[in-house]
Design a protein around this ligand. Structure first.
Ligand SMILES: NC(=O)c1ccc[n+]([C@@H]2O[C@H](COP(=O)([O-])OP(=O)(O)OC[C@H]3O[C@@H](n4cnc5c(N)ncnc54)[C@H](O)[C@@H]3O)[C@@H](O)[C@H]2O)c1
Length: 262
């Protein structure tokens, strides 16, 4: 993996100014890629602008991934820099609400689906012509363990992540003839800010201690471990590389063998 070469590969990442997206961007940059990322959080963007990695190979833009017009403006900026790209990582996704379905409201449901699924449509639609100009490339859709298993109390999230898998399988069939590979990755429980929020919400809902909820989350992988953002970044860099040139239509767990989500 250390020898993996992404020299001059051009990679677009949605919601990449922190978490999995930024970890992936850093790994791709270290392997020679050019990265175009967007995020809607100006604080996270400004932090990156001060990072030594902010050089000529990194372009950052403020954009709400769930706003079609904003995404079009992001691509307008990219097109001014390059006509073709090698990869798109549809990374944006929110956790959505926690609760039994009869207590959830339609606004939260719609927001979760808008960000987690419809955003991917906006990015993919604009990326495909640039991948075709490149005569091939890689689309990686970030799903979740909740995209292959049920996830009690998180119905909108699970529904959205299963939709990402359906989108992946379909696009892989539509785009194979253009040498555009499409895969979904399903991260397990990542050690990071999002899980701190998810654990807090679940502990509040179930009136249990956060420590106990955290232990339960970790035990959902047979390897009994946290997953790290870098685990996802390393695998994305492999899927983008020429080493993965015949891998498409796959749904791959990076989760220490997650056996349940509850
Ligand atoms: N963290 C986990 O445990 C975990 C597990 C499985 C799957 N995932 C999936 O991985 C992906 C990344 O997760 P993460 O934990 O790194 O995310 P995160 O919650 O840490 O957020 C990453 C970035 O996304 C940005 N963002 C959020 N909404 C946005 C929007 N509408 N437009 C633009 N930027 C936006 C945030 O500002 C932030 O900088 C998501 O699709 C998530 O569902 C995460």
């Amino acid at each position: 993996m250390a020898l993996l070469n992404l020299k001059n590969k051009k990679i677009v990442i949605s919601a990449g100014a922190s978490g999995i997206g930024w970890a992936t961007a850093k790994i791709c940059l270290s392997k020679g890629a050019k990265v175009y990322l967007c995020d809607n959080n100006i604080k996270n963007i400004n932090k990156i602008k001060k990072n030594p990695l902010n050089n000529k190979r990194l372009f950052i833009h403020e954009c709400d991934a769930s706003d079609e017009y904003d995404v079009e403006k992001f691509f307008d900026k990219i097109i001014k820099k390059t006509r073709k790209i090698d990869a798109l990582i549809n990374n944006v996704g929110v956790a959505g609400p926690t609760g039994n379905i009869e207590k959830l409201n339609s606004e939260d449901w719609e927001k979760t689906l808008k960000v987690n699924v419809i955003s991917h449509f906006y990015f993919t639609k604009l990326a495909i012509p640039m991948l075709k100009k490149n005569r091939g490339g890689s689309i990686i859709n970030v799903s979740s363990g909740a995209g292959i298993m049920g996830f009690p109390l998180r119905s909108p999230y699970a529904a959205s992540k299963w939709a990402v898998v359906g989108l992946t399988k379909t696009l892989a069939m539509e785009l194979g003839k253009f040498k555009i590979r499409v895969n979904a990755i399903c991260p397990g429980t990542i050690k990071g800010n999002r899980m701190v929020r998810v654990i807090k919400d679940k502990a509040n809902f179930l009136k249990m201690s956060e420590k106990k909820i955290e232990k339960e989350f970790i035990s959902m992988a047979s390897m009994n471990c946290w997953i790290y953002e870098e685990d996802i970044g390393k695998f994305c860099s492999f899927l983008i590389s020429d080493e993965a040139e015949r891998i498409s239509g796959q749904v791959i767990g990076i989760d220490g063998n997650a056996i349940r989500l509850d």
